[in-house]
Design a protein around this ligand. Structure first.
Ligand SMILES: [Fe+2]
Ligand SMILES: [Fe+2]
Length: 179
């Protein structure tokens, strides 16, 4: 079943799926299922999370939700390891933040036709860490959703791991310290 984080919906039977059905199963995206991303998830699942929630927000705001879904799915389409890149990075080479967005755009163009809007989203999704400034409102939406999903992807597994008994113990310890 195709699911986004914190959503119980089977995305394969939604209007969202219609926007990405031609690219979601391509080998270039499937390869991301084997790459860890944000410590607790895969790069594919992160891309799906960003794609789905960007679609939902853009549709609510009456923006181009289809482009947001497609660019969201392709925004982190790169395969190199961040730590390896940073370790071997020489002076003058772009930062990982700039580099992976540029690589993702190049790879996305090899997968499907990319519109100007989708290009802006993929190339600038790291704003404000990177420059230049986004040109479209949809790009701003993705910059926020990307960070929101990264926080969820890290925090939700930690909360799931913590048993109710441990949470009660932690709260009890903090309360008794205050007394
Ligand atoms: Fe990214
Ligand atoms: Fe991302």
């Amino acid at each position: 079943m195709l699911k986004a984080i914190c959503s119980g919906k089977d995305l394969s039977s939604t209007s969202f799926y219609d926007c990405v059905s031609d690219i979601i199963s391509c080998p270039e995206l499937s390869r991301l299922k084997g790459i860890t991303h944000h410590i607790c998830t895969t790069r594919f699942q992160h891309s799906l999370n960003v794609s789905y929630y960007s679609y939902v927000v853009c549709r609510f705001l009456r923006l181009d939700a289809r482009s947001a879904a497609r660019a969201g799915l392709l925004h982190d389409l790169f395969y190199y390891d961040r730590k390896t890149y940073n370790a071997s990075r020489s002076k003058g080479q772009p930062s990982h933040s700039s580099m992976h967005a540029a690589v993702a755009l190049k790879n996305a163009c090899a997968v499907t036709d990319i519109s100007k809007l989708e290009r802006d989203i993929i190339a600038k999704h790291m704003w404000p860490v990177t420059r230049p400034v986004p040109k479209y409102r949809e790009t701003y939406v993705i910059t926020v959703i990307d960070k929101y999903c990264a926080i969820l992807e890290f925090c939700v597994p930690q909360l799931k791991k913590a048993s109710p008994a441990r949470i009660v113990t932690l709260i009890g310890t903090k309360s008794s310290r205050r007394m």
